[in-house]
Ligand binder design. Structure first.
Ligand code: PHE
Length: 368
Protein backbone atom coordinates (compact mmCIF):
# COMPACT_ATOMS: atom_id res chain seq x y z
CA UNK A 1 0.00 0.00 0.00
CA UNK A 2 1.20 3.44 -0.77
CA UNK A 3 1.36 5.59 2.32
CA UNK A 4 2.70 8.63 0.60
CA UNK A 5 0.42 11.62 0.88
CA UNK A 6 0.22 13.44 -2.42
CA UNK A 7 -0.75 17.04 -2.27
CA UNK A 8 -4.02 18.02 -3.98
CA UNK A 9 -3.69 20.55 -6.74
CA UNK A 10 -7.34 21.10 -7.63
CA UNK A 11 -10.30 21.35 -5.34
CA UNK A 12 -13.21 21.30 -7.77
CA UNK A 13 -15.78 18.49 -7.28
CA UNK A 14 -14.45 16.38 -10.14
CA UNK A 15 -10.85 16.48 -8.83
CA UNK A 16 -12.04 15.66 -5.30
CA UNK A 17 -14.11 12.73 -6.63
CA UNK A 18 -11.08 11.31 -8.43
CA UNK A 19 -8.84 11.65 -5.39
CA UNK A 20 -11.39 10.06 -3.07
CA UNK A 21 -12.22 7.28 -5.53
CA UNK A 22 -8.55 6.30 -5.39
CA UNK A 23 -8.62 6.23 -1.59
CA UNK A 24 -11.88 4.24 -1.55
CA UNK A 25 -10.36 1.76 -3.96
CA UNK A 26 -7.32 1.39 -1.72
CA UNK A 27 -9.60 0.71 1.29
CA UNK A 28 -11.58 -1.83 -0.72
CA UNK A 29 -8.44 -3.67 -1.76
CA UNK A 30 -7.19 -3.86 1.79
CA UNK A 31 -10.49 -5.04 3.20
CA UNK A 32 -10.84 -7.77 0.57
CA UNK A 33 -8.13 -9.73 2.35
CA UNK A 34 -8.37 -8.40 5.85
CA UNK A 35 -6.13 -10.57 8.03
CA UNK A 36 -5.49 -8.14 10.84
CA UNK A 37 -8.47 -5.84 11.42
CA UNK A 38 -6.77 -4.02 14.28
CA UNK A 39 -3.73 -3.11 12.13
CA UNK A 40 -6.09 -1.98 9.37
CA UNK A 41 -8.02 0.13 11.85
CA UNK A 42 -4.88 1.77 13.20
CA UNK A 43 -3.53 2.35 9.72
CA UNK A 44 -6.62 4.26 8.63
CA UNK A 45 -8.29 5.54 11.78
CA UNK A 46 -5.37 5.78 14.24
CA UNK A 47 -5.83 8.94 16.24
CA UNK A 48 -2.37 10.35 15.73
CA UNK A 49 -0.82 8.62 12.74
CA UNK A 50 -3.94 7.28 11.00
CA UNK A 51 -3.97 7.92 7.25
CA UNK A 52 -7.35 9.56 7.34
CA UNK A 53 -6.16 12.04 9.89
CA UNK A 54 -2.90 12.85 8.08
CA UNK A 55 -4.53 13.20 4.66
CA UNK A 56 -7.37 15.30 5.95
CA UNK A 57 -4.94 17.61 7.71
CA UNK A 58 -2.72 17.96 4.65
CA UNK A 59 -5.60 18.49 2.24
CA UNK A 60 -7.70 20.73 4.43
CA UNK A 61 -4.74 23.00 5.06
CA UNK A 62 -4.20 23.68 1.39
CA UNK A 63 -7.89 23.81 0.48
CA UNK A 64 -9.58 27.11 -0.29
CA UNK A 65 -12.32 27.86 2.28
CA UNK A 66 -15.17 27.19 -0.19
CA UNK A 67 -13.93 23.63 -0.82
CA UNK A 68 -13.67 22.64 2.85
CA UNK A 69 -17.25 21.52 3.11
CA UNK A 70 -17.02 19.29 0.03
CA UNK A 71 -13.81 17.81 1.42
CA UNK A 72 -15.39 17.17 4.82
CA UNK A 73 -18.34 15.33 3.32
CA UNK A 74 -16.05 13.04 1.32
CA UNK A 75 -13.85 12.33 4.34
CA UNK A 76 -16.90 11.30 6.33
CA UNK A 77 -18.02 8.95 3.58
CA UNK A 78 -14.58 7.38 3.49
CA UNK A 79 -14.57 7.00 7.25
CA UNK A 80 -17.96 5.28 7.14
CA UNK A 81 -16.66 2.89 4.48
CA UNK A 82 -13.70 1.97 6.72
CA UNK A 83 -15.88 1.53 9.80
CA UNK A 84 -18.37 -0.60 7.91
CA UNK A 85 -15.51 -2.82 6.71
CA UNK A 86 -14.41 -3.25 10.32
CA UNK A 87 -17.85 -4.18 11.54
CA UNK A 88 -18.67 -6.73 8.84
CA UNK A 89 -17.16 -10.15 9.52
CA UNK A 90 -14.56 -10.86 6.88
CA UNK A 91 -16.07 -13.00 4.15
CA UNK A 92 -14.89 -16.59 4.23
CA UNK A 93 -12.88 -15.91 7.35
CA UNK A 94 -12.93 -18.48 10.13
CA UNK A 95 -11.99 -15.95 12.76
CA UNK A 96 -13.91 -16.16 16.04
CA UNK A 97 -12.96 -12.76 17.44
CA UNK A 98 -15.97 -10.49 17.19
CA UNK A 99 -15.43 -6.89 18.23
CA UNK A 100 -12.73 -7.79 20.73
CA UNK A 101 -14.59 -10.73 22.33
CA UNK A 102 -13.03 -14.14 21.91
CA UNK A 103 -16.07 -16.37 21.74
CA UNK A 104 -13.96 -19.53 22.02
CA UNK A 105 -13.08 -18.72 25.65
CA UNK A 106 -15.23 -20.40 28.33
CA UNK A 107 -18.04 -18.03 29.38
CA UNK A 108 -18.68 -16.56 32.80
CA UNK A 109 -21.15 -18.84 34.54
CA UNK A 110 -24.06 -16.90 35.97
CA UNK A 111 -26.21 -19.17 38.07
CA UNK A 112 -29.81 -18.03 37.86
CA UNK A 113 -31.26 -16.83 41.16
CA UNK A 114 -34.01 -18.88 42.80
CA UNK A 115 -36.73 -17.72 45.16
CA UNK A 116 -35.85 -17.99 48.85
CA UNK A 117 -37.49 -21.12 50.34
CA UNK A 118 -39.85 -18.96 52.41
CA UNK A 119 -40.90 -16.96 49.38
CA UNK A 120 -41.33 -20.18 47.42
CA UNK A 121 -43.55 -21.65 50.15
CA UNK A 122 -45.57 -18.42 50.27
CA UNK A 123 -46.08 -18.60 46.51
CA UNK A 124 -47.18 -22.23 46.76
CA UNK A 125 -49.73 -21.49 49.48
CA UNK A 126 -51.03 -18.36 47.76
CA UNK A 127 -51.35 -20.23 44.49
CA UNK A 128 -53.60 -22.89 46.11
CA UNK A 129 -56.00 -20.09 47.05
CA UNK A 130 -55.67 -18.31 43.72
CA UNK A 131 -57.01 -21.48 42.15
CA UNK A 132 -60.05 -21.17 44.42
CA UNK A 133 -60.67 -17.63 43.13
CA UNK A 134 -58.93 -15.71 45.91
CA UNK A 135 -56.87 -12.62 45.14
CA UNK A 136 -53.90 -11.23 47.08
CA UNK A 137 -53.82 -8.17 49.33
CA UNK A 138 -50.92 -6.62 51.20
CA UNK A 139 -50.68 -4.16 54.08
CA UNK A 140 -48.07 -2.21 56.05
CA UNK A 141 -45.72 -3.82 58.56
CA UNK A 142 -45.83 -0.74 60.78
CA UNK A 143 -49.45 -0.74 61.81
CA UNK A 144 -51.68 1.27 64.12
CA UNK A 145 -53.19 -0.12 67.29
CA UNK A 146 -56.62 0.25 65.69
CA UNK A 147 -56.01 -2.14 62.79
CA UNK A 148 -53.79 -4.59 64.65
CA UNK A 149 -55.94 -4.88 67.79
CA UNK A 150 -58.94 -2.64 68.37
CA UNK A 151 -60.93 -3.32 65.20
CA UNK A 152 -60.12 -7.01 65.61
CA UNK A 153 -61.97 -6.97 68.93
CA UNK A 154 -58.91 -6.87 71.20
CA UNK A 155 -60.04 -4.03 73.54
CA UNK A 156 -57.38 -1.90 75.19
CA UNK A 157 -55.86 -3.68 78.21
CA UNK A 158 -57.63 -6.93 77.28
CA UNK A 159 -55.53 -9.96 78.27
CA UNK A 160 -55.88 -11.37 74.73
CA UNK A 161 -53.27 -8.80 73.71
CA UNK A 162 -50.76 -10.67 75.85
CA UNK A 163 -50.87 -13.60 73.44
CA UNK A 164 -49.18 -11.42 70.84
CA UNK A 165 -46.05 -9.99 72.48
CA UNK A 166 -45.93 -6.71 70.68
CA UNK A 167 -43.01 -4.55 69.56
CA UNK A 168 -44.26 -0.98 69.84
CA UNK A 169 -42.80 2.04 68.11
CA UNK A 170 -41.22 4.48 70.58
CA UNK A 171 -42.61 7.92 71.54
CA UNK A 172 -46.26 7.30 70.70
CA UNK A 173 -47.67 8.18 74.13
CA UNK A 174 -48.96 11.56 73.06
CA UNK A 175 -51.16 10.01 70.37
CA UNK A 176 -54.67 8.67 70.95
CA UNK A 177 -54.32 4.96 71.68
CA UNK A 178 -55.95 3.87 68.41
CA UNK A 179 -53.32 5.73 66.40
CA UNK A 180 -50.26 4.43 68.24
CA UNK A 181 -47.88 2.59 65.97
CA UNK A 182 -46.49 -0.89 66.42
CA UNK A 183 -44.96 -3.63 64.33
CA UNK A 184 -47.93 -5.72 63.23
CA UNK A 185 -48.11 -8.96 65.19
CA UNK A 186 -50.22 -10.75 62.57
CA UNK A 187 -51.57 -10.24 59.06
CA UNK A 188 -55.15 -9.92 60.33
CA UNK A 189 -55.13 -6.06 60.25
CA UNK A 190 -55.26 -6.35 56.46
CA UNK A 191 -58.68 -8.02 56.86
CA UNK A 192 -59.90 -4.74 58.37
CA UNK A 193 -58.18 -2.58 55.78
CA UNK A 194 -59.73 -4.63 52.98
CA UNK A 195 -63.28 -4.61 54.40
CA UNK A 196 -63.19 -0.86 55.02
CA UNK A 197 -62.16 -0.31 51.42
CA UNK A 198 -64.35 -2.86 49.73
CA UNK A 199 -67.87 -4.29 50.07
CA UNK A 200 -68.51 -8.06 50.00
CA UNK A 201 -68.05 -10.49 48.34
CA UNK A 202 -64.42 -10.80 49.46
CA UNK A 203 -62.01 -13.64 48.92
CA UNK A 204 -58.43 -12.65 49.68
CA UNK A 205 -55.19 -14.09 50.92
CA UNK A 206 -52.70 -11.85 52.68
CA UNK A 207 -49.08 -12.99 52.76
CA UNK A 208 -46.65 -10.93 54.79
CA UNK A 209 -44.06 -10.34 57.44
CA UNK A 210 -45.07 -10.04 61.09
CA UNK A 211 -43.15 -9.19 64.26
CA UNK A 212 -43.39 -10.36 67.85
CA UNK A 213 -41.30 -9.76 70.91
CA UNK A 214 -40.37 -13.46 71.04
CA UNK A 215 -36.97 -14.89 71.90
CA UNK A 216 -35.44 -16.76 68.98
CA UNK A 217 -35.16 -20.54 69.36
CA UNK A 218 -35.35 -23.52 67.00
CA UNK A 219 -39.01 -22.86 66.20
CA UNK A 220 -39.49 -19.14 67.01
CA UNK A 221 -38.21 -15.96 65.48
CA UNK A 222 -39.15 -12.36 66.35
CA UNK A 223 -39.76 -11.80 62.63
CA UNK A 224 -41.71 -14.40 60.72
CA UNK A 225 -44.31 -14.72 57.97
CA UNK A 226 -48.00 -15.49 57.90
CA UNK A 227 -50.64 -16.04 55.29
CA UNK A 228 -54.07 -14.86 56.22
CA UNK A 229 -57.27 -15.70 54.43
CA UNK A 230 -60.63 -13.92 54.46
CA UNK A 231 -63.86 -14.87 52.76
CA UNK A 232 -66.99 -12.77 53.25
CA UNK A 233 -70.21 -13.25 51.34
CA UNK A 234 -73.84 -14.23 51.85
CA UNK A 235 -74.36 -17.70 53.34
CA UNK A 236 -70.74 -18.46 54.21
CA UNK A 237 -70.76 -21.24 56.80
CA UNK A 238 -68.35 -23.14 58.98
CA UNK A 239 -68.57 -26.04 56.49
CA UNK A 240 -67.24 -23.73 53.78
CA UNK A 241 -64.30 -22.98 56.07
CA UNK A 242 -63.71 -26.67 56.75
CA UNK A 243 -63.95 -27.61 53.08
CA UNK A 244 -61.64 -24.80 52.00
CA UNK A 245 -58.93 -25.58 54.53
CA UNK A 246 -59.21 -29.33 54.02
CA UNK A 247 -58.70 -28.80 50.29
CA UNK A 248 -55.78 -26.41 50.88
CA UNK A 249 -53.99 -28.83 53.23
CA UNK A 250 -54.43 -31.69 50.76
CA UNK A 251 -53.12 -29.48 47.94
CA UNK A 252 -50.07 -28.54 50.02
CA UNK A 253 -49.20 -31.78 51.77
CA UNK A 254 -50.75 -34.48 49.60
CA UNK A 255 -54.22 -35.91 49.12
CA UNK A 256 -53.79 -38.48 51.93
CA UNK A 257 -53.68 -35.75 54.55
CA UNK A 258 -56.64 -35.50 56.91
CA UNK A 259 -57.70 -32.42 58.86
CA UNK A 260 -59.49 -31.98 62.16
CA UNK A 261 -60.79 -28.89 63.91
CA UNK A 262 -60.54 -28.16 67.64
CA UNK A 263 -62.28 -25.39 69.55
CA UNK A 264 -59.98 -22.45 70.18
CA UNK A 265 -60.14 -18.74 70.86
CA UNK A 266 -59.32 -15.65 68.83
CA UNK A 267 -60.99 -12.34 69.67
CA UNK A 268 -61.91 -11.69 66.03
CA UNK A 269 -63.50 -15.06 65.20
CA UNK A 270 -66.43 -16.82 66.81
CA UNK A 271 -66.49 -19.77 66.88
CA UNK A 272 -62.72 -20.22 66.53
CA UNK A 273 -60.75 -23.35 65.82
CA UNK A 274 -57.25 -24.72 65.65
CA UNK A 275 -56.69 -26.96 62.66
CA UNK A 276 -54.59 -30.09 62.91
CA UNK A 277 -53.44 -32.22 60.00
CA UNK A 278 -52.58 -35.90 60.18
CA UNK A 279 -48.83 -36.23 60.69
CA UNK A 280 -47.13 -36.08 57.29
CA UNK A 281 -44.07 -37.88 58.65
CA UNK A 282 -45.71 -41.04 60.02
CA UNK A 283 -49.05 -40.91 58.21
CA UNK A 284 -50.87 -40.61 61.54
CA UNK A 285 -49.37 -43.65 63.28
CA UNK A 286 -47.49 -41.55 65.82
CA UNK A 287 -43.83 -40.53 65.78
CA UNK A 288 -41.46 -38.13 67.52
CA UNK A 289 -42.40 -35.27 65.19
CA UNK A 290 -46.07 -35.42 66.16
CA UNK A 291 -45.27 -36.28 69.78
CA UNK A 292 -46.84 -39.70 69.14
CA UNK A 293 -50.28 -38.18 68.67
CA UNK A 294 -50.52 -38.69 64.90
CA UNK A 295 -51.59 -35.04 64.48
CA UNK A 296 -49.80 -31.73 63.95
CA UNK A 297 -51.36 -28.37 64.80
CA UNK A 298 -50.96 -26.00 61.89
CA UNK A 299 -53.29 -23.02 61.78
CA UNK A 300 -55.95 -20.92 63.42
CA UNK A 301 -59.31 -20.04 61.94
CA UNK A 302 -62.92 -19.21 62.64
CA UNK A 303 -66.06 -17.38 61.58
CA UNK A 304 -65.64 -13.60 61.49
CA UNK A 305 -66.93 -12.19 64.80
CA UNK A 306 -69.89 -9.77 64.37
CA UNK A 307 -67.89 -7.31 66.55
CA UNK A 308 -65.36 -7.09 63.68
CA UNK A 309 -68.13 -6.33 61.18
CA UNK A 310 -69.40 -3.67 63.60
CA UNK A 311 -65.96 -2.00 63.78
CA UNK A 312 -65.69 -2.08 59.98
CA UNK A 313 -69.20 -0.64 59.61
CA UNK A 314 -68.40 2.21 62.03
CA UNK A 315 -65.39 3.15 59.87
CA UNK A 316 -67.31 2.85 56.59
CA UNK A 317 -70.10 5.06 57.98
CA UNK A 318 -67.59 7.89 58.45
CA UNK A 319 -67.59 8.05 54.65
CA UNK A 320 -71.13 6.87 53.91
CA UNK A 321 -73.49 7.21 56.94
CA UNK A 322 -76.01 4.73 55.50
CA UNK A 323 -73.46 2.01 54.72
CA UNK A 324 -74.84 -1.43 55.52
CA UNK A 325 -72.52 -3.66 53.48
CA UNK A 326 -71.28 -5.58 56.52
CA UNK A 327 -74.60 -6.12 58.25
CA UNK A 328 -74.08 -9.46 60.08
CA UNK A 329 -77.74 -10.28 59.52
CA UNK A 330 -77.03 -10.47 55.80
CA UNK A 331 -73.45 -11.59 55.42
CA UNK A 332 -71.08 -13.95 57.17
CA UNK A 333 -67.45 -14.84 56.66
CA UNK A 334 -64.53 -16.93 57.74
CA UNK A 335 -60.87 -16.16 58.32
CA UNK A 336 -57.76 -18.24 58.81
CA UNK A 337 -54.10 -17.61 59.45
CA UNK A 338 -51.04 -19.83 59.07
CA UNK A 339 -47.32 -19.53 59.69
CA UNK A 340 -45.20 -19.79 56.55
CA UNK A 341 -42.00 -20.86 58.35
CA UNK A 342 -43.75 -23.73 60.07
CA UNK A 343 -45.18 -25.03 56.81
CA UNK A 344 -41.84 -24.59 54.99
CA UNK A 345 -40.07 -26.46 57.80
CA UNK A 346 -42.53 -29.33 57.53
CA UNK A 347 -42.46 -29.49 53.74
CA UNK A 348 -38.67 -29.54 53.58
CA UNK A 349 -37.69 -31.22 56.84
CA UNK A 350 -35.92 -28.14 58.21
CA UNK A 351 -35.24 -28.50 61.93
CA UNK A 352 -34.16 -24.95 62.84
CA UNK A 353 -36.08 -21.82 61.80
CA UNK A 354 -32.80 -19.86 61.94
CA UNK A 355 -31.57 -21.51 58.73
CA UNK A 356 -34.09 -19.43 56.76
CA UNK A 357 -32.51 -16.17 57.89
CA UNK A 358 -28.85 -17.14 58.06
CA UNK A 359 -28.05 -16.41 54.43
CA UNK A 360 -25.94 -19.58 54.40
CA UNK A 361 -25.59 -20.54 50.73
CA UNK A 362 -25.07 -24.22 51.60
CA UNK A 363 -28.60 -24.22 53.02
CA UNK A 364 -30.19 -22.04 50.35
CA UNK A 365 -28.64 -23.86 47.39
CA UNK A 366 -30.49 -27.03 48.38
CA UNK A 367 -33.68 -25.35 47.20
CA UNK A 368 -32.30 -24.55 43.73
N1 PHE B 1 -54.06 -13.81 63.54
C1 PHE B 1 -54.04 -15.06 64.27
C2 PHE B 1 -52.64 -15.20 64.91
O1 PHE B 1 -51.71 -14.63 64.45
C3 PHE B 1 -54.32 -16.24 63.37
C4 PHE B 1 -55.71 -16.24 62.86
C5 PHE B 1 -56.04 -15.60 61.69
C6 PHE B 1 -56.71 -16.88 63.56
C7 PHE B 1 -57.33 -15.59 61.21
C8 PHE B 1 -58.02 -16.89 63.11
C9 PHE B 1 -58.32 -16.24 61.92
O2 PHE B 1 -52.50 -15.93 65.88
Amino acid sequence: MSDEITALQHFDDASLDTAFAALAEQVRRETASLSDPEAFRLHWLGRKQGRLKLISEAWLKSAPPEAKRALGIRFNQLKEQIEAALEAPAAGSSKTTVQGIDITLPGTLRTPGIPHPLLKTMHEIVSVFHHLGYSTNLGPQVESDFYNFEALNFPENHPARDTQDTLVIASQQSRPSRDRLLMRTHTSPVQIRTMIAQAPPIRIVIPGKVHRNDAADATHSPIFHQIEGLCVDTNITFSDLKGTLDHAMKALFGSDVKTRFFPSFFPFTEPSADVQISCIFCGGKGCRKCKHSGWIELLGCGMVDPAVFAAVTAERRKVNPSDDAYNPEKITGFAFGMGVERIAMMLHGVSDIGHFYSGDMRFLEQFA
